[in-house]
Design a protein around this ligand. Structure first.
Ligand SMILES: [Zn+2]
Length: 506
């Protein structure tokens, strides 16, 4: 049982709906953009027994928050910035998370009343609030048990948003963040598979979702030379996990493929200079895929296509069994890869996951997601993931899904003739290497890593530009965590992509 529960009690109702839950709360936080909060009758001041001039400092613009203690509770009214350019979500999710983290109190029950102007702000705002209450903690003093009740009031009306659907998504974001926050001595390939099995039993089996696990030496024997070699040195052997949901009317199929490195030492190309710290988050892509899949299935998003989640789970360890620099591994695609650096292991796992999606599932769409490159932050920064796609329309779908959900993403250059494996990762002895040659390392390495992944997807023409396959590779190395905490990045953007595809395949 989580120490903190976050319940979306009402969405789109009047502010009076929120006031009924004030009595038991120790903390009340009312927040919104200033223009929204200072509108007439925007604040539940009467219900809180507060004078009507209580919020005057905010109206005057001299302070961003004001707190008072009344009837045994702390009441805070806070505004957050409305400043945003075109590459933002419809509301500042970063600012909402900051304000909620700061003012929602540390113990006792809390009520949060968020006022927004428009319905399109509800989803990203709700996910930002969810993100502000991480599950994971292992402090000696037991975490406080708290119930957080959230009410979102929408000034211009709310017709299409379901409170139940938002709750599913908010839970998925917190659950994804929880496994990313888990340390590697708790989350390893064995326990990760156990967690997926339990989740399948608890929530997915009744929805008709099937689970397949290819684990340990089965991977070696099955020809998964990438994921097997990366993970074989760990006492907890690697696994490829496939969750599938196939509605009766499915006309197409879609695979979400996630990198799940429960810990990345770098392998024999060991990470030095402190960069090994926080490598527990190297399974963030698979966490987003897993819980994006869960939320899509629970909310009934994929009625027109089969949806698969493929988790490439391994631990990149140092041991006498470790794969080596100079090794040539044979991928599930059949192609060979000369290992030049064992720390570029994520792509070696993903290449087998996407090849499985092509060869065994014959899917029409592949979205792979990973904490893949340190260079991602130079390409798109710490808040936007960077992604590449083989299709201009699908590129727009992914970009918009990022904005709509608040899981921001921005396109990186798709140009295989400049950054494809033949150009930047040629090998004298194998089909390719796993990192760019020295002369190419400043040449779009994050986009090039995506092109490495797509080079294992078959048939080649299907996944080239103009081919019938739709593909996107999302590198979310930096957005997956912030200030030492996982963000649950991936759930929102994959959910919105899944929704869009259902329209396309109608
Ligand atoms: Zn690595």
């Amino acid at each position: 049982m989580a120490a903190v529960t976050v319940t979306f009690a009402t969405i789109g109702g009047d502010v009076s709906a929120a006031t009924t839950s004030f009595a038991s709360a120790k903390t009340v936080l009312v927040l919104g953009e200033k223009a929204v909060l200072t509108a007439e009758n925007a604040l539940p001041l009467e219900a809180l027994s507060l004078a009507s001039d209580f919020a005057a400092p905010i109206v005057d613009g001299t302070t961003e928050s004001i707190t008072t203690y009344t009837g045994g509770k702390a009441v805070t009214i806070a505004t957050f910035t409305e400043k945003r350019t075109r590459n933002q979500a419809p509301i500042r999710v970063d600012a909402i998370q900051d304000v909620v983290s700061k003012h929602a109190g540390k113990d006792g029950d809390a009520v949060i009343v968020l006022r927004v102007a428009n319905e399109d702000q509800v989803l990203p705002a709700a996910l930002a609030i969810a993100r502000a209450f991480p599950h994971y903690v292992r402090k000696q003093k037991a975490a406080n048990v708290r119930a957080i009740h959230v009410h979102i009031v929408v000034n211009n009306g709310c017709t299409a948003t379901s409170t139940e659907h938002i709750q599913v998504l908010a839970d998925a974001v917190r659950d994804a963040a929880n496994i990313v926050d888990m340390p590697p001595n708790e989350l390893n390939p064995t326990t990760y598979v156990d967690i997926v099995r339990a989740l399948h039993k608890e929530k997915l089996e009744a929805k008709g979702v099937t689970l397949k696990v290819i684990q340990g030496t089965e991977l070696r024997d099955g020809g998964f030379g990438g994921i097997w070699n990366v993970g074989k040195a760990s006492e907890n052997l690697p696994a490829l996990v496939i969750l599938s949901h196939t509605p009766a009317d499915a006309k197409k199929s879609v695979a979400l493929v996630g990198k799940g490195l429960t810990f990345d030492t770098g392998g024999l190309s060991i990470k030095v200079g402190g960069v090994m710290s926080n490598m527990k988050t190297d399974m963030g892509g698979s966490a987003g895929v897993l819980h994006g899949f869960v939320s899509a299935v629970l909310n009934g998003v994929n009625t027109n296509y089969a949806l698969h989640a493929i988790l490439c789970i391994a631990e990149n360890s140092v041991d006498e069994r470790s794969f080596r620099v100079d090794d040539i591994v044979t991928a599930y695609s059949g192609k060979t890869v000369e290992v030049m650096n064992t720390d570029a292991e994520g792509r070696l796992c993903l290449m087998d996951g996407v090849a499985y999606a092509c060869k065994d599932l014959n899917v029409d769409v592949i979205v792979d997601m990973a904490t893949l490159t340190g260079a991602q932050t130079f390409a798109t920064g710490s808040k936007h993931a960077g992604f590449v796609s083989n299709n201009a329309d699908f590129e727009t779908v992914v970009y918009k899904a990022g904005k709509v959900s608040g899981d921001l993403a921005y396109p990186m250059v798709y140009c295989p003739e400049f950054h494809g494996v033949e150009k930047v990762m040629p090998s004298k002895v194998a089909d390719m290497t796993n990192i760019p040659g020295a002369a190419e390392r400043t040449n779009a390495p994050s986009a090039g890593a995506g092109l490495f992944v797509v080079s294992h997807m078959s048939p080649e023409e299907k996944w080239a530009e103009g081919g019938e396959g739709l593909w996107a590779h999302i590198d979310m190395a930096f957005p997956s965590a912030a200030a030492g905490r996982a963000t649950g990045y991936g759930v929102g953007i994959l959910y919105e992509i899944a929704k869009d595809l259902n329209k396309q395949f109608a």
